[in-house]
Write a protein that binds this ligand. Structure first.
Ligand code: GLA
Length: 389
């Protein structure tokens, strides 16, 4: 990223000579613990070194002007500080507007308008949380421009609320949390029931985290995601008639097996089973990582994919084809879909020496099966949302 060129772009787009401050917020990859966050379970994501950058200045009036280099053709999106409303047509701009809306609703002293130019390299629609990265880039920018002094942890909740209540995607806390709290070379074990977390070093000696993008856009994700969430909530409510629990994440596999028949709908029973087992898998996987047992970590990743495919049913033919192709390759410890599903990426642990062969073989097999040409990226665990000085 060429900062100087971006600043010039900012000045050209907004026809100003003010020098913007520069902020960045990363996308994330979740290593294991999928669809567990809103079920009060554990997740294990790391922030990526792909970021959304926000170049921002305060204005003297109440105008908001937003521009994204990814959507040049849409031009500047304008809004008024006192009339922030969701607009389906605006698409990407709803994420930063949503963050502003939450901040205003919480009565943070944002007294003036602002100009923000966004750009970045988080692949979009790839299940790597490009939306959370826009939200967090906005949140850190406004936090600094208006000296709001909101802790990062709280910024992630503001991002989540923007997505839940403004955009209408009923997501959990994982993506915004990872983007806000990421740390270089570390993944984060987050207990979404208590919001306690700890960093785990990613010492993957000779092994790469490889992201395999199906390039199948996951556009139907919102409705299906919200449906999975309410299925789990209903299953939980039936279990609660017999068990003193607040979340599915509190259950061990044994307790679940003992009480599962109280969930009357077989589909909902499968969904809940995934939530319970996946949570336990995530905990075990983190333990295996600590023991430097990456073989076992990889096997748990495979089991996670199978559960997401068969019980949670959020994979789809493209993710399944990608994972299956990955599993066959030499030097692969494990592979699974990551993120919400229905398209997006598979994350694979691959021995560095096998990466080139892996890419060639998987690309060939995957494309023959689905017609989509995949992309591959080697993931590095990067820092969380921040100002770049
Ligand atoms: C999306 C949501 C997250 C999480 C994952 C699935 O990325 O935004 O909150 O639920 O799906 O694990």
């Amino acid at each position: 990223m060429n900062l100087q060129a971006l600043k010039e772009k900012f000045n050209q787009v907004f026809a100003t000579d003010h020098t913007p401050r520069v902020f960045a917020a990363p996308g994330r990859v979740n290593l294991i613990g999928e669809h567990t966050d809103y079920n009060g379970g554990h997740v294990f994501p790391c922030a990526l070194s792909f970021n959304t950058y926000a170049l921002a200045t305060r204005r003297n009036d109440g105008k908001i002007r937003l521009f994204s280099t990814d959507f040049e053709h849409k031009g500047i999106v304008q809004a008024d500080l006192h009339h922030i409303a969701y607009d389906k047509q605006q698409n990407w701009a709803n994420y930063p507007l949503g963050v502003l809306w939450v901040l205003l609703k919480r009565e943070y002293p944002i007294t003036n308008g602002f100009d923000i130019l966004f750009c970045g390299d988080v692949p979009r629609g790839a299940g790597l949380s490009s939306s959370a990265s826009i939200e967090l880039a906005t949140a850190v920018a406004l936090n600094a421009l208006f000296d709001l002094r909101i802790p990062h942890f709280e910024l992630s909740k503001i991002g989540q609320e923007a997505e839940n209540k403004f955009v209408g995607m009923n997501c959990g806390i994982m993506d915004q949390f990872a983007s806000a709290m990421g740390k270089e070379n570390h993944a984060i074990l987050l207990d979404c029931n208590t919001l306690n977390y700890r960093y785990a070093p990613l010492d993957l000696d000779g092994i790469c985290i490889l992201l395999c993008n199906t390039n199948k856009p996951h556009n139907l994700i919102e409705s299906k995601y919200n449906e999975r969430r309410s299925q789990c909530e209903h299953a939980l409510s039936q279990l609660q008639e017999h068990l003193p629990i607040k979340a599915l994440g509190e259950l061990s596999e044994e307790t679940f097996e003992k009480y599962k028949e109280f969930i009357t709908d077989p589909i909902e029973r499968k969904r809940a089973k995934h939530a319970v087992y996946e949570n336990q898998r995530a905990l075990l996987a983190v333990q295996k990582l600590q023991e430097a047992d990456l073989q076992s970590f990889g096997k748990l990743m495979n089991a996670s994919h199978i559960s997401l495919r068969d019980d949670y049913e959020v994979t789809g033919p493209e993710l399944d084809a990608m994972a299956a192709a990955a599993w066959e390759q030499p030097g692969v410890l494990g592979a699974r879909m990551t993120g919400g599903g229905f398209g997006g990426c598979v994350v694979a642990l691959v021995k560095t020496e096998n990466v080139d062969t892996f890419k060639n073989n998987v690309a060939r097999i995957y494309q023959a099966k689905t017609g989509y040409k995949p992309d591959f990226y080697i993931a590095a665990a990067g820092a969380g949302a921040r100002e770049i000085k």
